[in-house]
Ligand binder design. Structure first.
Ligand code: FE
Length: 130
């Protein structure tokens, strides 16, 4: 289980409406609309909800999907995965392990060295620039 537990009212008070819909209600931003899909700045992408460092910009790549895409998380400890069979698809949902925030999904069509594509909503991330 996640280490951080807040009421829905607390999350709603701390997040924007869009962040709340995506992070706490497992929503998805429209492709090519988020603030990071085309971002090439260097730094660490942290969880919008709890500030846990989740991805490094050095593992970000252009997947063409319209969402920020990474081929690996910061380390093996920060991401939780869960099967998601909503919307008529079988996917693997990825969440922040620390606070349970919905991040996006991971797919097996990524580049080397992992072959993975972590397809993440911009709204779920905050870039800490170096
Ligand atoms: Fe978090």
């Amino acid at each position: 289980m996640s280490e951080i537990s807040k009421s829905e009212e607390q999350w709603q008070a701390e997040l924007t409406a869009e962040e709340y819909r995506i992070c706490r209600q497992k929503g998805t931003e429209r492709a090519f609309t988020g603030c990071y899909w085309d971002c090439k700045d260097e730094g660490v992408y942290r969880c919008t909800c709890c500030s846990e460092p989740l991805f490094k910009s050095t593992t970000k790549y252009d997947s063409g999907s319209g969402w920020p895409s990474f081929y690996q998380p910061l380390n093996g400890e920060v991401i939780a995965e869960e099967r998601d069979d909503s919307h008529g698809m079988i996917r693997v949902e990825v969440m922040c392990k620390r606070c349970g925030s919905h991040l996006g999904h991971v797919f097996n069509d990524g580049p080397n060295p992992t072959g993975l594509r972590y397809c993440i909503n911009s709204a779920s991330l905050k870039l800490d620039k170096v």
